[in-house]
Ligand binder design. Structure first.
Ligand code: ADP
Length: 294
């Protein structure tokens, strides 16, 4: 059983021939809206991979919020920890994605920003692992992580988006983390030499750095390692990181060695880039098994 404490957003996506520059308008192709937010995406990803998942977070008192809570429930995620922030709007992500799958994203946090340290109340009884991201206030992450440690849960953090500065609250949070997952940009933002081994010095015992089409690099007490990516036709990179984080956390929580869990996570990430969308692209356990066996 996994608890995700994190963001719940409505994704508004437009496919564009190329990303616009400052002051420029680009005529795009189709527009879609659908459930997103790194927290909700990772909760749904973990559920599709077979874990029992509970989610805690905040949506606004609006139609988007109701739709997103219903979407979590429809996926089989226990959304009883997702509250409604009075007077706040549900978080929104505006996504532009190119035909080759690269994207640019702006997020308005809305209700997600109202999540406070009292989220610790949602942690007790949450299960064997807690998975966090940085689309909610660091103080909420820290409180949840503290409470999870008190209950002997594994604490995983996907430090995304990258913090603007590694201030004292971020440094304290990192010391509460057992499993840190970052991409290359986030690794650089956290400081040190940006390698998985270097990031371990910030506190986490296990670190994995995702490298896009180059797979992933990791480090734990046994040493450093690389995992190759699964070669796939890339359609849309949205969702790859979320699928990776969910698969890695579910694997480690189930007792897999870090390297084996990272290989599974690379397969999950690869499957997500072959399909469009944030949650629509998240693979199921059987798809991951099939790619691993191929
Ligand atoms: P983020 O989207 O968070 O920046 P990455 O781009 O590093 O994360 O992707 C996460 C994981 O998804 C990678 O570690 C890799 O395993 C997988 N992945 C991403 N892009 C590709 C690709 N083009 N081909 C195969 N696997 C990919």
């Amino acid at each position: 059983r996994l608890l995700v404490v994190g963001s719940v957003n409505m994704d508004l996506t437009v496919t564009v021939p190329r990303l616009p520059g400052c002051g420029e308008t680009v005529l795009g192709f189709e527009a879609t809206h659908g459930p997103g937010g790194k927290g909700a995406n990772q909760a749904v990803a973990a559920r599709r991979l077979g874990a029992a998942v509970r989610m805690a977070g905040l949506v606004g008192d609006d139609a988007h919020g109701a739709e997103l809570r219903a979407a979590l429930a429809a996926e089989g995620v226990d959304a009883s920890g997702v509250g409604v922030a009075p007077g706040a709007a549900t978080g929104i992500a505006m996504i532009m994605v190119r035909p080759d799958g690269d994207n640019a994203i702006a997020v308005a946090p809305g209700a997600n920003a109202a999540l406070g340290p009292d989220v610790r109340q949602a942690v007790a009884g949450g299960g064997s692992a807690l998975l966090l991201q940085l689309e909610i206030p660091v103080a909420a992450c820290e409180a949840a992580a503290e409470e999870a440690r008190r209950h002997g849960m594994l604490v995983a953090l996907n430090a995304a988006p990258a913090p603007a500065v590694v201030d004292a609250p971020v440094a304290r949070l990192l010391r509460l983390v057992d499993l840190l997952i970052v991409n290359e940009g986030e690794a650089a933002a956290l400081g040190g030499d940006g390698t998985a081994a270097g990031l371990r010095r910030l506190g986490p015992d296990r670190v994995v750095v995702t490298l896009g089409a180059d797979g992933a690099a990791g480090a734990d007490a046994e040493g450093a390692f690389q995992v190759a990516a699964f070669p796939v036709p890339a359609v849309d990179a949205v969702g790859a990181g979320d699928a990776f984080c969910a698969a890695l956390t579910v694997g480690v929580a189930a007792g897999l060695p870090l390297r084996a869990a990272a290989r599974r996570a690379c397969a999950a990430g690869a499957l997500a880039v072959t399909r469009r969308g944030a949650q629509g692209s998240l693979p199921r356990a059987a798809d991951v098994d099939a790619l691993l066996d191929r």
